[in-house]
Design a protein around this ligand. Structure first.
Ligand code: ZN
Length: 560
């Protein structure tokens, strides 16, 4: 079935309430563990239906944010999701308190119970109206950004199209594109500040109502973090500042010298080679054709996967007015069908969609039929291992997309990956600061951002860039508004993906087999265990980041 033909059907809140109450009662009143196992299956079926409906309506809304019908449906799920989460919490508590818990852990998976603990701590009936308000603010931000257009060279461009010029070969074009960006953000800064202040206020309020010191603790539970805590993440960031920032500084120094740039500016940061980053030598259809060949060659599983995706027309990649500006992959569980949305703009990012987002889709596809796919989902860090590792496994095929510039592409990709890690840590530390001190003014928040830029990207200047020099780069980093504390996951995942890169250079087939095995485990192991099973080093291990930086530098030397 084609994705566009999947019939959307709203799932009513009354039905959800009735079903969840019945399922939870069964768990509580069960006279034998078998009854609870049966109740759990009913729960998973309901969860799948809910996810299918809400993700389908979300996907259709993002395909056209001006569509009245799906906008209303999205508002509907914004409103009922917190109530569903609260009912899920009741179910989780019943499972945790069951007198058959020992038998259930054995029959199911002990990690499921660790997740129930997190669910229990992540929501409370007392904060449902706050969660609805939070969702409303997130939607307001996402609408504001989707409908924002930037005046550039006589054109009015949405952000995804402006981004193309933000990484143009010509330094002047890049600077002008950033100027257009800064001017518009400045124009909207009142809204950007007030939406963010609203989000911080409502998140902090929820945390305090639930008895937490700050939103950070609650934010970790909401991310279902069962594999690492705030202290481990802090130690990781410190390790990045110590081990990776100096390597990136050296690398950026070399890149700046090769491009004849004396003062390295924010608008130079996305260009790595004189003459500009390589662009795909194929158009959209060509990229799809080559991607299909690539996945057919990679393995039997990926061949089946890409044929399924193509047959279902599970991609929407053309940039249009009113289309949401980012890229993502979602899954419609009742159909085992992933869907990818992106905004092609003629840069290397287009190819990354076919590797990164397709890596997510492959994972959804491979685990769709497994027992714990939906009530024991993998964490965001694991999801990004699926996608970012695929970007590197695809290196073998880059001639298909970049022709004679394939080596240049690899250099840029690796340079970007390595320099992303410090940026991701800045985004993460920023959020820790914001929620530790929720009373900061907009100006103080921006100053905090600028201080983090100095710590994590000391090689980069925003001097003379107007609004963007005022510590505002984070205002178009949508995760900070929409998905609090989802960002460090990219950094953690990259450390695994880079190890897969090293291994795939020595033995592609062997490394890919380990990768597939990891993907198929889904969320059934803790993150460090998944890594260990694949023979990868944990990013939390002593010295791991220094080793990673040294390997990456060595690799970059070899390919440049
Ligand atoms: Zn991703």
């Amino acid at each position: 079935m084609k994705v566009s033909e999947i019939r959307y059907e709203r799932i009513g809140i009354d039905e959800i309430c009735d079903s969840m109450e019945r399922i939870t009662a069964k768990v509580k009143e069960a006279a034998a563990p078998g009854v609870i196992i049966g109740a759990r299956e009913e729960y998973v079926a309901l969860l799948k239906r809910f996810l299918t409906a809400s993700q389908l309506s979300y996907a259709r809304y993002t395909q056209n944010t001006a569509d009245e019908f799906y906008r209303r449906e999205k508002d509907y799920y914004d409103e009922i999701t917190p109530r569903f989460q609260s009912l899920q919490r009741d179910y989780a508590c019943a499972m945790l308190e069951s007198r058959f818990r020992g038998e259930l852990e054995k029959e199911l998976n002990p990690l499921l119970f660790a997740l129930y603990e997190a669910q229990k701590k992540s929501v409370s009936p007392a904060v449902i109206s706050d969660m609805i308000e939070e969702n409303r603010l997130v939607t307001e931000y996402s609408k504001l950004m989707a409908q924002m257009t930037f005046d550039f060279n006589g054109m009015k461009l949405p952000l995804p199209l402006l981004r193309k010029y933000m990484q143009d070969d010509s330094r002047r074009t890049r600077r002008d594109a950033y100027e257009a960006l800064g001017e518009k953000l400045f124009e909207e800064s009142g809204k950007l500040d007030s939406i963010f202040s609203g989000l911080v206020r409502v998140r902090d309020g929820m945390a305090k109502k639930m008895g937490y010191r700050s939103f950070t603790e609650l934010g970790y539970y909401r991310m279902n973090r069962i594999s690492y805590d705030e202290n481990m993440v802090r130690a990781f960031r410190d390790g990045v500042a110590r081990g990776i920032v100096p390597a990136v500084k050296r690398l950026k120094g070399r890149i700046a010298a090769s491009m004849g740039i004396e003062k390295f500016m924010l608008y130079d940061n996305d260009v790595n080679i004189p003459g500009g980053n390589p662009k795909p030598v194929r158009d959209k259809d060509g990229i799809f054709r080559e991607a299909q060949e690539m996945y057919r060659d990679m393995s039997a599983e990926t061949a089946k996967f890409i044929d399924m995706m193509t047959g279902a027309e599970a991609f929407d990649v053309e940039s249009r007015e009113n289309k949401w500006g980012g890229g993502y992959c979602v899954c419609f569980p009742d159909y085992g069908q992933p869907f990818i949305l992106a905004n092609f703009n003629g840069t290397a990012d287009d190819v990354n969609v076919m590797t990164h987002e397709a890596g997510h889709a492959l994972a959804d596809y491979l685990i769709a039929g497994t027992r714990f796919a939906y009530d024991l989902p993998y964490g965001a860090e694991t999801a990004e291992v699926h996608s970012m590792s695929m970007e590197f496994f695809a290196w073998k095929y880059m001639e298909r997309f970049f022709g004679e510039n394939a080596a240049k592409y690899k250099f840029c990709h690796l340079a970007d990956a390595l320099s992303f890690i410090p940026y991701g840590c800045a985004v993460d530390e920023f959020q820790h600061i914001i929620y530790a001190e929720p009373e900061l003014t907009p100006k103080q928040r921006k100053d905090a951002w600028n201080a983090l830029e100095k710590k994590y990207r000391p090689y980069l200047s925003t001097q003379g860039m107007g609004y963007l020099s005022e510590g505002t780069r984070w205002q178009y980093q949508m995760h900070i508004y929409e998905l609090p504390f989802y960002y460090i996951d990219y950094c953690l995942a990259l450390t695994a993906a880079l190890q897969f890169l090293g291994e795939s250079q020595r033995d592609h087939a062997g490394a890919f087999a380990k990768y597939l095995k990891l993907v198929k485990r889904g969320g059934e192991e803790r993150f460090p265990v998944l890594l260990a099973q694949a023979g990868l080093k944990s990013p939390f291990a002593e010295g791991a980041l220094e080793k990673l930086a040294a390997d990456a530098e060595e690799h970059i030397r070899r390919i440049s």
